[in-house]
Design a binder for this molecule. Structure first.
Ligand code: M6R
Length: 608
């Protein structure tokens, strides 16, 4: 789960490759490295971020018209400078960056060691330059292809050779590789965002392809037999990435604050109030076709799965369609039953989550129609699905999912209304629910106005190392999401539970040191969750209530209450999620955590 970048044909290769690498840090940021140069290869590697690499590199010689670089999320071997990429052949004349996993690295390492190769790192990737060296006969393309044929697992690689001073060889085998071209320069990277400052003309390598890059040119071949492939050059839309924090201390806070606009984008052009309809241009499924769907399977990971769990309430309630929500990581390993009328929704902000990609492939192989609900429309999941609903949330750079989560909730709600319209929902009801949906941006804005209150509360509880989040109904998955948000950025242990489940075990952990965050919809099973709150108070647990306006004044005595605006029960998860994001943000900030880049994580999880 790493990012690779490269450039040939520009005397500022180092600057370009480092800039591309910065844009790939969402794939990992625990160590980084670069190889620069033509006939003399110079490699610099550090433990830490790309900024650290940049400082180290630019304090020394960084000349060269060719470079390859890597930002890593450690899988095999600790995030040390030795384990950072690029890795070199024994003679130092071949340098390789790799994204993916070499599953048979142990046996390859034994074989290569027996023939005299010496390894300097604990990584699986280091076998690649040695294998290429083993096969090298003067042809960089053929030796790389022969080496890659020996690997089992996944890879995206870029390799440079001291004996071929302008060439980069790159190949894809289960991990993405894009090539960028302009008149005099050629680039390679793990995604198009990394290339967008330099060129809009790109070629995407398919799995099983290998390419020879020279300044201003790229020749693509089938890796199996080195037969040339004709590839289309795609013209990307003009750059849309906003790279700054816009005056905020962290991307996460900026992205939380952007939500009124993002929610508006998720609704815009999809609400047809004059006809009381939802419209999804490019969906490829009409209301009538959707009404014939017998079951929906929602697959995703992390926050995306929590959005899916929330969406399930809408589909079942509004459209009467049975839904199962699947962890994408488990989906393809348990031979899921998909009838011809099963619709699969693949939820992913990045569109590059390996487990979700695997679920999409499994579902399509079994004949299901797959809709990707994705923020990155250029991503693998968006390209491989039968159709795509874009989240339109704009780039999300902080590791914690915020605006993409609320946009997912909105899209799922609209899709449930779209399906419900063809099944059992009368037009007047759809129209009323659509009008209410139109209020979401304003409701979210009102939650954001409470940031100072939520900040005070978060600071007051920032001592806590263990917390529970509880909810009922469609606030139960929001409790899971609130707990995930808190733990990933603050390193406090937080568990989300259905409120009724606490007494089936976890309540044994409650005492005055374990705060409980209770999510309350006064219009839905309020007396039940009030009972659960009393049970917690009886065990001396401090309770913080997040409730929609109307939280019963005769409810349990709790000191700390955050009131969010009352709204339709289908929209409350959106409003509540925003309040919990703020709580997690201020809690982590009070604990001095690196909010945007929590330890051990990456924005995009590209390994299974
Ligand atoms: O890009 P995806 O939505 O597929 O990512 C899935 C998870 O890795 C992601 O939601 C993760 O759980 C977030 N860091 C949560 O904030």
């Amino acid at each position: 789960m790493c990012g690779i970048a490269g450039c040939t044909g520009d005397s500022a290769a180092a600057e370009h490759v480092i800039e591309s690498l910065k844009r790939l840090e969402y794939r990992g940021y625990d160590s980084a490295g670069i190889t620069l140069g033509g006939t003399l290869l110079r490699t610099v590697k550090v433990s830490g971020t790309v900024d650290h690499l940049k400082k180290t590199l630019f304090s020394g010689d960084h000349r060269g018209t060719r470079g390859i670089a890597h930002t890593r999320w450690a899988t095999c071997g600790e995030p040390t400078a030795e384990n950072a990429h690029p890795h070199l052949s024994c003679d130092g004349g071949i340098s390789v960056v790799h994204n993916g996993i070499v599953e048979n690295f142990s046996e390859l390492k034994d074989e290569l060691s027996a023939s005299g190769h010496v390894f300097l790192s604990e990584t699986d990737s280091e076998v690649i330059p040695h294998l290429i060296e083993h096969y090298y006969d003067g042809d960089p393309l053929r030796s790389t292809a022969l080496a890659l044929r020996r690997l089992t697992g996944t890879f995206a690689v870029a390799a440079v050779f001291a004996r071929h001073p302008e060439v980069i060889v790159c190949a894809a085998g289960g991990s993405p590789v894009v090539i960028g071209l302009d008149e005099k320069r050629t680039f390679v990277a793990s995604d198009v965002q990394a290339l967008s400052p330099y060129t809009r003309r790109i070629i995407r390598l398919d799995d099983g392809e290998i390419a020879l890059l020279t300044p201003g040119a790229a020749q693509v071949y089938a890796a199996a037999d080195l037969q040339p492939r004709r590839k289309e050059i795609v013209l990307l839309p003009a750059e849309t990435v906003s790279s700054g924090k816009g005056g905020f201390e962290h991307f996460m806070l900026k992205e939380i604050m952007e939500q009124p606009v993002c929610c508006g984008n998720a609704l815009k052009d999809r609400l047809d109030l004059s006809r009381g309809m939802v419209v999804f241009p490019g969906l490829g499924l009409s209301v009538r076709e959707l009404s014939r769907v017998s079951r929906i399977v929602i697959a995703g990971c992390g926050s995306s799965i929590h959005a899916g769990l929330t969406g399930a309430y809408c589909f079942e309630d509004l459209a009467g369609i049975p839904v199962s929500v699947e962890q994408a990581s488990e989906f393809r390993y348990r031979n899921p039953v998909l009838e011809p009328e099963t619709l699969v929704l693949a939820l992913s902000q990045s569109g590059e989550t390996a487990d979700t990609i695997a679920a999409v492939r499994e579902a399509r192989m079994k004949g299901a129609w797959v809709i990707a609900v994705c923020n990155v429309t250029e991503s693998t999941i968006a390209r491989e699905a039968d159709s795509v609903i874009p989240l339109l949330a704009g780039p999300e750079l902080s590791v914690a999912a915020t605006k993409s989560f609320t946009s997912q909730l909105i899209v799922l709600y609209l899709l449930a209304l779209y399906a419900g319209r063809g099944r059992r929902l009368p037009q007047e009801t759809v129209l009323r629910l659509l009008r209410e949906a139109g209020d979401i941006p304003a409701l979210v804005r009102r939650v954001l106005e409470q940031a100072p209150l939520i900040e005070r509360l978060a600071k007051r509880y920032a001592w806590a190392d263990d917390l529970f989040y509880i909810g009922r109904g469609n606030l139960y998955p929001v409790a899971l999401e609130g707990a995930l948000k808190l733990k990933e950025i603050s390193y406090a242990h937080a568990e989300g539970y259905h409120a009724a489940e606490l007494k089936h075990g976890p309540m044994a952990l409650l005492d005055e040191h374990v705060p409980v965050i209770a999510l309350v919809d006064p219009a839905c099973e309020a007396e039940k969750i009030c009972g659960n709150i009393r049970e917690c108070r009886t065990r001396k647990a401090p309770v913080i209530v997040f409730a929609a306006d109307g939280f019963p004044p005769d409810g349990p005595a709790v000191r700390d209450v955050v009131r969010v605006p009352a709204c339709s029960r289908y929209l409350l998860p959106v409003v509540m999620a925003v309040a919990l994001q703020l709580f997690a943000y201020y809690f982590a900030r009070a604990r001095g955590c690196p909010v945007d880049r929590p330890r051990n994580l990456a924005k995009s999880v590209t390994v299974e």
